[in-house]
Design a protein around this ligand. Sequence first.
Ligand code: SAH
Length: 511
Amino acid sequence: MEKGKVYLVGAGPGDPKLITVRGQEALKRADVVVYDRLAGPHLLNYARAEAERIYVGKLPDRHTMKQEAINQLLVDLALQGKTVIRLKGGDPTVFGRVGEEAELLKRNGITYEIIPGITSAIAVPAYAGIPVTHRDLASSFSVITGHESPEKLDHSIYWDKVTNATGTLVFLMGVAKIGYISEQLIKHGRTPETPVALVRWGTRAEQRTVAGTLGDIEEKVKEANLQPPAVIVVGDVVKQRETLAWVESKPLFGRRVLVTRARSQASELAARIDELGGEPYEFPVIETRLPEGEEAESAIERALVRAEEYDWVMLTSVNGVDYFFRWLERFGVDIRRFHRAKFAAVGPKTAEALAQRGIRADLLPESYRAESLLDSLADQVAEGQTALLARGNLAREILPQELKKKGVRTVEIDVYETALSVPADIWLPEMLQNGEIHIVTFTSSSTVLNLLESLRRLGVEDPQAALSRCEIACIGPVTARTAEQHGLTPTIVPDEYTIEGLVQALVGKRE
Ligand code: SAH
């Protein structure tokens, strides 16, 4: 069998967008991804759904996999002919033990690539407003490990040299040793007033900074009960933070927001959360697909070949538009055959999706619900007309009912199906329990039902209780009612029932 290849990829400091383009490309090609805690689970979303994901970090019931075992695992997988990505936090060559992994690969004749990453040593201070160099304050920096026993620290770090060798000193893995580190630096010539900052979980929602001086930092870290992982920065550049801090002032800073909509639709919401400084956490509980079965297909075909007969084509979602056109293509129906029909869209996004296909909606309601489309339609439709309603299998009944009352013949087709999706996410239950998800967003009633079901299937016995620490944000009153009926308490419901409305409500809640 041909041997596979191993990519040793830097994952960056945590924010999944801080991976390199090359790293992301490698992930997309992966058959297997081997990762641990520092290389955040988000990045796994870049890998194909079928790619195998192997976690080698700490679990409640297990220690981190031994380095030798990981090395061997990479070899074994490559020998099976697989494309293997070993994701490593930050940059793989900075305290990443990449040397050991690469060596064993080499010895086994397996090709590998090292794809650099953004090291936390630089990026994490930057996210706290601390540049590691500065024209007036520091013309050099060192990156030092703090993860050694004090005896070994003495042994492998030449404090007399390191202390004053560079303007800025950056320590990784040093939280537990902060007292010892400060002591050594003072002993070897730094003043106790030297500024120091510890930045925990930089670039993530948990980012937190504790600043002080060599003289008092140990005390402050204790007081703040700051736990690893954190980057320690020592030197005058730390003071820059007072003017340069930027991340903390974003409106959604520190908020991790669960996005439950279908992956294909989630990007707009996720992008807005990200832009506002929040951390979107995608957990798509819905997927849309073409309805299966001959019966469903032939019903759609029968409806579409009568294109010339319709006075109206009504579309109630972006998905509805997407799938409607897929079916037209499938059955070879030219859109111009709907020449008699006016097109109605339930909201601006639906209208936009139509416009992208060269169709300007004739009717666009003011608010974004089926009821509102009805109001707008009231004086436009006439008795005896025929309307084609292309929508999902879970569409609400109100629109066809009211149309019928007005004497409009309706032909309803389910152009897509909405199905439950249960993301293979071993992290979410634990994160919910730890209060690490701050807001849950629901953009439809089915996202509510499906999240509860997904959590159950992931082994959460009482999903309502699991969600009780989160703020519940619903796109509109209908979704909010569904949430309430299922034991949740929505606290964020926008006035305008759109994604942007929802985003604004999240920000408003913060202020
Ligand atoms: N290869 C990694 C470093 C691995 S050592 C890199 O280049 O970043 C692990 C240490 O990195 C942690 O103990 C901590 O000091 C630091 N670290 C990594 N990611 C971090 C983050 N998001 N926030 C704070 N510290 C981080």
